[in-house]
Design a protein around this ligand. Structure first.
Ligand SMILES: [Zn+2]
Length: 217
């Protein structure tokens, strides 16, 4: 996931409205986890395939933000923008996740990522989520910088990183239909998660500014 607003739910839980009677806001499909943190067994929107792994973490949950929307991640969220560069350091491709259709704003493409745990840095969260969701080995990734989207009650940190050795990402949990390298010039041809689509032009500029060898100091 790589969005900045209606972030990625961990589970295909039933709509909160069905349980609480709370009127929905702008999210037609609310997959808010149940209050006690259990993962319900009967997802409302088809749900992930049975038997799949859910990586439930402290910090999973929705934040009702003063901006008027709700966002995933009680302590904010983070995503990994992993970049492959050519011999001159120019960005060639980035890893994107095709998000599962049952997830919030499912079917769109965004960055692997998710909610931060209570004392977890954005970098650590992004690397952990990328390992869980996309099988990306954090030892062959070098963090180059971050880009933070700040809301009144929430934040989303994009962690910009370079590939140090060939990474073959794959969909490794139920949140992804597919995870793959996408050429930089093709990113905005995909149906992107709206918040990632908004962020992409600036992120692409950042990637292009961060030229040079990935193994520098
Ligand atoms: Zn907000």
């Amino acid at each position: 996931m790589g969005d900045g607003t209606s972030a990625d739910p961990r589970t295909g839980t039933p709509p909160a409205d069905a349980r609480t009677g709370t009127p929905g806001r702008d999210a037609p499909v609310d997959v808010r986890p149940v209050p006690d943190g259990r993962v319900p067994t009967a997802p409302a929107v088809g749900g992930p395939p049975s038997g799949v792994t859910h990586h439930r973490q402290p910090g999973d949950g929705w934040v009702e933000c003063a901006c008027g929307r709700r966002h995933w991640g009680l302590h904010g969220a983070a995503g990994l923008l992993l970049t492959r560069r050519d011999a001159h350091g120019r960005p060639l491709a980035v890893v994107l996740q095709h998000r599962a259709p049952w997830s919030d704003q499912g079917g769109t493409w965004a960055l692997p990522g998710g909610a931060r745990t209570p004392h977890e840095s954005a970098e650590d969260a992004a690397l952990r989520e990328a390992a869980e969701e996309a099988g990306i080995d954090p030892t062959v990734v070098r963090v180059r910088g971050t880009s933070v989207l700040t809301h009144p009650d929430w934040s989303y940190t994009t962690v910009l990183a370079d590939e140090l050795a060939p990474v073959a990402p794959a969909a490794t949990d139920a949140e992804s239909v597919e995870v793959r390298w996408v050429p930089v010039e093709d990113v905005d041809r995909l149906p992107l998660l709206p918040a990632f689509a908004d962020a992409w032009p600036d992120l692409r500029r950042r990637l292009e500014e961060l030229t040079g060898a990935a193994d520098g100091p």
